[in-house]
Ligand binder design. Structure first.
Ligand SMILES: Cc1cc2nc3c(=O)[nH]c(=O)nc-3n(C[C@H](O)[C@H](O)[C@H](O)COP(=O)(O)O)c2cc1C
Length: 160
């Protein structure tokens, strides 16, 4: 199968955009990811697929805390900032810390606080599952969307 066509075909699936944040002993970690999914309601689990080559993987170890930041429509700058490899992606970025020391991007649409449950093999990616500890969202905000390699936002149709 043609690799380009495979990627382009997956790009037909419109998604939201998340920044996965975590920490190592001496560094804050953040990476843009749209391979995020709900997994289980009881117990509450989510998953995210992370490239085995990603330097961010060092933050993901069993029982370590991390957060899924679901971006809102005006956070495309954060999307690109956290998609590029860099020594400190957080310079110039507004964030707070969760009680367990994970950076949480200010102005998010939603935040999902987790501990790593399992790290599974998935080809050239790891499937990281997260046990959800707490959640938060802002009902007034709208999501940033990703489709065919471009950012967009919802065109809401009023319910009739
Ligand atoms: C919209 C978008 C979605 C992305 N989704 C993922 C993803 O789900 N998993 C992944 O491993 N990389 C994804 N990436 C690429 C990573 O963000 C990027 O490779 C990573 O942040 C590089 O930095 P790092 O090596 O410091 O982790 C995505 C990039 C963009 C722009």
């Amino acid at each position: 199968m043609d690799a380009r066509k495979f990627r382009d075909t997956l790009g037909q699936f419109a998604t939201g955009v998340t920044v996965i944040t975590g920490k190592t002993e001496n560094k804050l970690i953040g990476m843009t990811a749209n391979a995020f999914s709900s997994l289980s309601l009881d117990p509450p689990l989510i998953l995210v697929c992370i490239d085995k080559k990603s330097s961010s993987m060092e933050a993901f170890m069993k029982d370590q805390p991390f957060a899924v930041n679901i971006l809102e429509k005006n956070q495309s700058e954060d999307c690109w900032r956290f998609a590029k490899r860099s020594e400190d992606k957080f310079v110039g970025c507004a964030y707070d810390f969760s009680h367990d020391g994970v950076p949480i991007l200010k102005g998010n649409l939603a935040t999902i606080h987790c501990d790593v449950d399992a790290i599974l093999e998935g080809g050239d990616h790891y499937i990281v599952t997260g046990r959800v500890k707490s959640v938060d969202y802002d009902n007034e905000k709208e999501p940033l969307l990703f489709f065919r390699g471009k950012m967009g936002e919802l065109a809401m149709t009023e319910a009739t």
